[in-house]
Design a protein. Structure first.
Length: 254
C-alpha cells in the first residue's frame, strides 16, 4: 500500500521568533510544488508556534507540530502546555516521547500513553518517538526495547486511533552524533514496528507512517526513505537550514 512520505523538522530548543518566521518563509519558497507530494511539518519551540502558524497560513503545504504536550487539559501545572492550547495555535501534530524527553526529563511509556490520548482527544496527530540506546543495541535488545515503547505508548488505543498517529524510530545513538543507522538496520526495526502495529491494529498498520530519525542529512535521506517501511524522516539539526531541509524533503520523492 502506498503511504505518502512524511518529513518533519524538529527544531528542538533553537530559534527566536524572528529566526523561526524567517526560516519558514525560506522553506515555503524552497518547497513550492513539492510539498503536495510529501507531507511536511515543522516543530518550532513553543514560543514560536503562533507566529510560525501565522507565517505558514491555514491549510498551507507546510504543517505545524509541537515538540511536547502535557496530558491534562488545564490546571495547576506550572510550565506546561496542554493539547487544547496547541490546537488553539493551529498545531496539527505533536511529538511525544522524544528520547531527549525520556532521558533528560523523566518521560515514561505511561506518560507517553497519556499524552497520545490527550492529543487525539484534541484532534492533534501524535508522532510517537521510540528508539534504543547504544548499550541496548549492543546487548541485542533493540527490538525488545522498541517493542516495549510501542506497546506502552499505544496501550488502550483503538485501531482507528492507531491509524491517526505516526511512529518515529530514532536510535538514540544516531541522534546528533553524525552516526546514521544503515538502511538495513533502519528497515529491520521499521518492519518489526509495522509487525507490532499489525498485531495491535490489524490492516490499519499498513497506512501508519513510520519515520526514521537520527542524523538524517541531504546525503543519506533519499536512500533511507527508499526502504519499504521507512515512510519519512524526523530531522533535527538539518531541519534548521532551509536548504538542507528542503533537499531532504525532495529526497522523499522517488
Ligand atoms: O532527534 C532528532 C529528531 O527528533 C534527530 O536529531 P538529528 O537529526 O540532529 O540527529
Amino acid at each position: 500500500m502506498a503511504r505518502k512520505k512524511f518529513v518533519c523538522g524538529n527544531w528542538k530548543m533553537h530559534k527566536t521568533v524572528a529566526e523561526s518566521v524567517a526560516l519558514v518563509k525560506e522553506l515555503k519558497a524552497a518547497l513550492v510544488g513539492v510539498a503536495g507530494e510529501v507531507q511536511v511539518a515543522v516543530a518550532p519551540p513553543f514560543t514560536a508556534l503562533k507566529p510560525v502558524a501565522d507565517a505558514l497560513g491555514h491549510g498551507g503545504p507546510i504543517e505545524l507540530a509541537a515538540q511536547d504536550v502535557h496530558f491534562e487539559k488545564q490546571g495547576a501545572f506550572t510550565g506546561e502546555v496542554s493539547a487544547p492550547m496547541l490546537a488553539d495555535v493551529c498545531c496539527g501534530h505533536c511529538l511525544v516521547g522524544h528520547s531527549e524527553r525520556r532521558q533528560l526529563f523523566g518521560e515514561t511509556d505511561e506518560s507517553v500513553n497519556k499524552k497520545v490520548k490527550a492529543l487525539l482527544a484534541a484532534g492533534i496527530l501524535p508522532i510517537v518517538c521510540v528508539g534504543e540506546t547504544l548499550a541496548q543495541r549492543e546487548a541485542g535488545e533493540t527490538l525488545a526495547m522498541v517493542g516495549r515503547q510501542v506497546r506502552g505508548g499505544l496501550a488502550g488505543l483503538s485501531a482507528e486511533q492507531i491509524g491517526r498517529l505516526t511512529v518515529a524510530y530514532e536510535p538514540v545513538w544516531a541522534i546528533g552524533t553524525g552516526k546514521t543507522a544503515t538502511t538495513a538496520q533502519a528497515q529491520e526495526v521499521h518492519a518489526a514496528i509495522r509487525g507490532l502495529l499489525r498485531e495491535l491494529a490489524g490492516g490499519v498498520a499498513d497506512s501508519v507512517r513510520i519515520q526514521y530519525g537520527g542524523s538524517v542529512k541531504p546525503e543519506n535521506a533519499a536512500e533511507l526513505m527508499s526502504q519499504p517501511d521507512v515512510d519519512g524522516a524526523l530531522v533535527g539539526g538539518a531541519s534548521l537550514k532551509a536548504d538542507d531541509f528542503s533537499k531532504i524533503v525532495k529526497g522523499a520523492i522517488r
